[in-house]
Design a protein around this ligand. Structure first.
Ligand SMILES: [Cu+2]
Length: 59
């Protein structure tokens, strides 16, 4: 169990399936709190492609 106590967006990375692009994005309250920093986190090519539409939804 994870408790989010600060607003922002949190990238979720499935450890065994990250290489196949299994990621997620959790939005806690004000997504603008750390959006730029979250978008700047480097990922491999597949995960980067998967994050793009998720980040587009929260802008
Ligand atoms: Cu998985």
């Amino acid at each position: 169990m994870v408790t989010f106590d600060k607003p922002g967006v949190y990238g979720i990375k499935c450890a065994p399936h990250y290489i196949m692009g299994m990621i997620g994005l959790v939005v806690v309250g004000d997504q603008t709190a750390n959006l730029d920093a979250a978008k700047a986190v480097p990922h491999d090519i597949i995960a980067t492609k998967r994050f793009e539409p998720l980040f587009a939804k929260v802008q």
